[in-house]
Design a protein around this ligand. Structure first.
Ligand code: TYM
Length: 383
C-alpha cells in the first residue's frame, strides 16, 4: 500500500481552512492508503517558544479535532511529533548538506518574519522550520503529502532535499530483474580496474554506478533510492478565505472553528465581507469576487450555489439572506463532527491512549527508514 503523511501545528483549535484544505482529504485517504497524521508540537515551538503554558491543551484540542473531523484510529496512525524522536535524528543528518540559501529562499521564512514582527524570529529553529518538516515527511518514505497551498513550497523543498540525499548516498546497487549474473561481474571488473585494486571485493554504490556505463551494457543495473520524492496533494479549496476575505488563518482572527456551535457560525458569517461593489441591497453583485460565494462552493449544494449566484447578480436576494443559506450548509457539515467530539469527550483518557498507540506504531515505521538511512551513510544505528 502507498503511504501518506501529513501534520498540523498545535496552535489552537482547528478551523474550516484546516479542515477543507487538509483534514477532509485525510479522512478520504485513510480508506485507501497507509496513513500517518501527526501533531507537530516542535514546529509550534519555532514561533512560540516563550509561553508554553497552553501547548499540552492545544495538542489535546488538535487531537480531538482530528477525531471529530473523521480520522479513524483503526485506519490512520495518529501521533505527536515529539513522541517519535527519530524526527530530530533525521533532521540533524539532513542539516549537514542543506545550504542556508535553500532555507532562506523558502517564501514562508520572510513572510512570517514580516507578519510576526513583534517576535524575534532570527533564530536557528525558525530558519530550520522547513527542514524539520522535510525530516517529518521523509522519515515515513511517503508517496503523498496532503496539505493546503501554503505548504506546497515546503514539500517542494522536501523533494529537493530528497534528490540531494539520493545523489550523495545512492542506496544499494542492484541488477534489475532479467539481467544476467555475469553483467554484475562485468561491472565489478571495471570497478576493480578503476580503483587500481585487482582483488577488491566490496564496492560502494558510487563505484558501481561509475563503472556500469563503461561496460557498454545497456540495462540491467540500477540503484535503489532510499528517500523517494513525495508528491503534494491539494484539495479543490487549498486556500479557503476567512470572514475578512483573506486566507483563513488563526493569526488573522478571521476563522470559523470546526468546534463552533451554530450560533457562533451564524454570527461570524453575518460579519463576513462580500463583493465590495455591492454597497446597497439593490446593487447587483459579482459572485466570482465574493468570498462568501467561495465558501458556498465548498459548503452548499449545487442548487443553492446556483440560486445564490443568480440572486446576487440580479440583486434578487440580499447578502444577509445569501449568508444565511451558507450558514445552513456550514452547520450541516459540522453536525456529525459535534457528535464524534462528544463521543471522545465523554471518554477521558481515550485520546491519550490513541496518541500513545499511534506514537509506538509511527516509531516502528520511522525506525525502518533510519536503519536504511544510517546504512547508506555508513553510520552506526542502534534503535
Ligand atoms: P498548519 O498547522 O499551519 O496548517 C495545517 C494544515 O491546514 C492547511 N491550511 C489551509 N488550507 C486551506 N485553506 C486555509 N485557509 C488553510 N489554513 C491552513 C495547511 O496548508 C496545512 O495543510 N508546517 C505545517 C505543519 C507540518 C507538516 C509537516 C505538514 C509540520 N510537518 C509535515 C505536512 C507534512 C503547518 O504549519 O501547517
Amino acid at each position: 500500500r502507498k503511504r501518506v503523511l501529513s501534520g498540523m501545528r498545535p496552535t489552537g483549535k482547528l478551523h474550516l481552512g484546516n479542515y477543507m484544505g487538509a483534514l477532509h482529504n485525510w479522512v478520504k485517504l485513510q480508506e485507501e492508503y497507509e496513513c500517518y497524521f501527526f501533531i507537530a508540537d516542535w514546529h509550534a515551538l519555532t514561533t512560540d517558544y516563550e509561553d508554553l503554558s497552553k501547548l499540552q491543551s492545544n495538542i489535546q484540542d488538535v487531537a480531538l479535532d482530528f477525531l471529530a473531523g473523521g480520522l479513524d484510529p483503526e485506519k490512520s496512525t495518529i501521533f505527536v511529533q515529539s513522541d517519535v524522536k527519530l524526527h530530530a535524528e533525521l533532521h540533524v543528518l539532513l542539516s549537514m548538506f542543506t545550504s542556508l540559501s535553500w532555507l532562506e529562499r523558502v517564501p514562508s521564512y520572510k513572510d512570517q518574519q514580516e507578519q510576526l514582527r513583534e517576535k524575534d524570529l532570527a533564530t536557528y529553529g525558525f530558519l530550520g522550520y522547513p527542514l524539520l518538516q522535510t525530516a517529518d515527511i521523509l522519515l515515513y518514505q511517503p508517496h503523498f503529502v496532503p496539505v493546503g497551498l501554503d505548504q506546497a513550497s515546503h514539500v517542494e523543498l522536501t523533494r529537493e532535499i530528497a534528490r540531494r540525499f539520493n545523489q550523495l548516498y545512492p542506496g544499494s546497487f542492484f541488477m534489475a530483474e532479467g539481467a544476467a549474473p555475469w553483467e554484475l561481474e562485468a561491472v565489478k571488473t571495471k570497478a576493480r580496474k578503476n580503483s587500481g585494486d585487482a582483488k577488491k571485493e566490496t564496492f560502494t554504490p558510487h563505484e558501481l554506478i561509475a563503472a556500469a556505463p563503461q561496460t557498454k551494457l545497456k540495462s540491467g543495473y540500477g540503484t535503489r533510492t532510499i528517500l523517494p520524492e513525495p508528491e503534494v496533494l491539494l484539495t479543490p479549496s487549498p486556500k479557503l478565505p476567512g470572514t475578512d476575505g483573506r486566507k483563513m488563518s488563526k493569526s488573522y482572527g478571521n476563522t470559523i472553528l470546526m468546534s463552533d456551535d451554530e450560533a457562533s457560525v451564524r454570527a461570524k458569517l453575518k460579519t463576513m465581507v462580500t463583493d465590495p461593489a455591492r454597497v446597497r441591497r439593490d446593487d447587483p453583485g459579482n459572485p466570482e469576487v465574493c468570498p462568501v460565494f467561495d465558501l458556498h462552493k465548498v459548503f452548499s449544494s449545487a442548487e443553492t450555489q446556483a440560486e445564490a449566484a443568480e440572486g446576487c447578480v440580479t440583486a434578487g436576494i440580499g447578502c444577509i439572506e445569501c449568508k444565511g443559506w451558507l450558514a445552513d450548509g456550514v452547520v450541516r457539515a459540522l453536525a456529525p463532527m459535534q457528535e464524534r467530539r462528544s463521543y471522545y469527550e465523554s471518554r477521558p483518557g481515550l485520546v491519550d491512549e490513541i496518541l500513545d498507540a499511534g506514537g509506538a506504531k509511527a516509531w516502528t515505521r520511522a525506525d525502518e527508514t533510519m536503519r536504511q538511512v544510517s546504512e547508506v551513510m555508513g553510520l552506526r544505528y542502534r534503535s
